[in-house]
Write a protein that binds this ligand. Structure first.
Ligand SMILES: NC(=O)c1ccc[n+]([C@@H]2O[C@H](COP(=O)([O-])OP(=O)(O)OC[C@H]3O[C@@H](n4cnc5c(N)ncnc54)[C@H](OP(=O)(O)O)[C@@H]3O)[C@@H](O)[C@H]2O)c1
Length: 309
């Protein structure tokens, strides 16, 4: 297969590029600043010579978007929105203009689209889309809006010959430097891997190999379209998630942090506490219904595997 990865230079792109190349597929990455041989330049907004990479390819997985690990200033929020919507539109236009459009367009979305929730696990059928939850910071609604507009850009693209799936992915756990697992592991090693703000908030996650396997599964299953949750079936509260990671890393202590301490830490790391404090309880209803089996259902075995690698 020929697979094109717009925005494939980041953490998830690295995971996919490695796995798909090892499986014998031809992978082309679109980047605003290509540094590797074979990568193709695009600007993530306008049509250009890059569009011919999509003509005749089999699958596009659009991963482009400004990193969400930043201070949520008005300018950064705007960039998070525009980079996602504009790149999805550009991919849609390129597919619409292709003489031989790809069979499948997988568009990255996010599990953050669902409401902050402790008690209810969200699947695609009955899950509640966020944005109107009481008692959470008002600006959290903007992340949900980004996700909705991102998915809308794919839905509205006029690409009748291309199957479209939106990947509502939870945190993708891979050992890559700078990825979320790397950051959490470093906190654990520093003794800071304890509960944050009580740690009741759920962490949804997916092991990188299951992420790749889900992409392969969705490629093969021509009957599946629309939003699909890519999350392990057993999300867990942040305090338990970190306890398991501490055990896997053999670090006995993890200092608890209050919400105020989390605010300070996020400020120091130029990040935002929504990433730590929003309760993401998301389950893979459609994947399980379709017969997908996870290699890593439980965080215990996934964490051991990731630490070992
Ligand atoms: N990592 C996760 O656990 C996770 C979970 C759920 C959803 N997601 C979403 O999945 C996508 C990929 O995740 P990732 O962790 O691989 O992200 P990442 O490491 O931040 O990589 C995303 C890529 O997007 C490109 N990009 C950045 N700003 C852009 C802009 N203004 N316009 C166009 N392209 C831009 C960059 O490529 P160039 O600089 O080479 O152009 C970058 O390498 C992201 O949209 C992310 O929000 C990630």
């Amino acid at each position: 297969m020929k697979v094109v990865l717009p925005g494939g230079t980041g953490q998830v792109g690295g995971v996919l590029r490695r796995a798909l190349t090892a499986a014998g597929h031809e992978v082309t990455v679109l980047s605003r600043r290509p540094t590797r041989a074979g990568d193709v330049e695009w600007d993530g907004r306008t049509q250009g010579p890059w569009a011919k990479e999509l003509d005749g390819c089999d699958v596009v997985v659009n991963l482009a978007g400004r990193s969400v690990s930043c201070r949520y200033t008005p300018a950064n929020l705007r960039a998070m929105m525009d980079s996602r919507v504009d790149s999805a539109r550009a991919v849609g236009e390129a597919i619409a203009g292709a003489a031989r459009p790809p069979a499948l367009w997988l568009q990255m979305s996010t599990a953050t689209i669902y409401a902050h929730s402790y008690d209810t696990a969200h699947d695609e059928a009955s899950g509640v889309i966020g944005g109107t939850e009481p008692g959470v910071p008002a600006y959290w609604a903007y992340s949900v809006r980004i996700a909705r507009e991102w998915e809308r850009a794919q839905e509205e693209a006029d690409t009748p010959d291309t199957r479209k799936v939106a990947l509502r992915a939870a945190m993708v756990m891979s050992p890559d430097r700078g990825g979320v697992f790397d950051v959490l592991s470093r906190m654990v090693r520093l003794g800071l891997g304890g509960p944050v703000a009580g740690g009741r908030q759920y962490m949804s996650w997916i092991h990188d190999r299951d992420f790749v396997r889900a992409v392969e599964f969705l490629t093969a299953r021509e009957d599946l379209t629309g939003p699909v949750n890519l999350a392990a079936p057993q999300p867990l509260p942040q305090r338990d998630f970190m306890r398991v990671l501490r055990r896997a890393r053999r670090v006995p202590v993890g200092l608890p942090a209050t919400r105020a301490m989390a605010e300070l830490g996020a400020f120091a790391l130029r990040s935002d506490t929504e990433l730590l404090l929003k309760s993401r309880r998301v389950v893979p209803g459609r994947l399980l219904d379709a017969g997908f089996s996870f290699a890593h259902e439980r965080w215990e075995t996934a964490a051991r595997d990731l630490v070992g690698r």
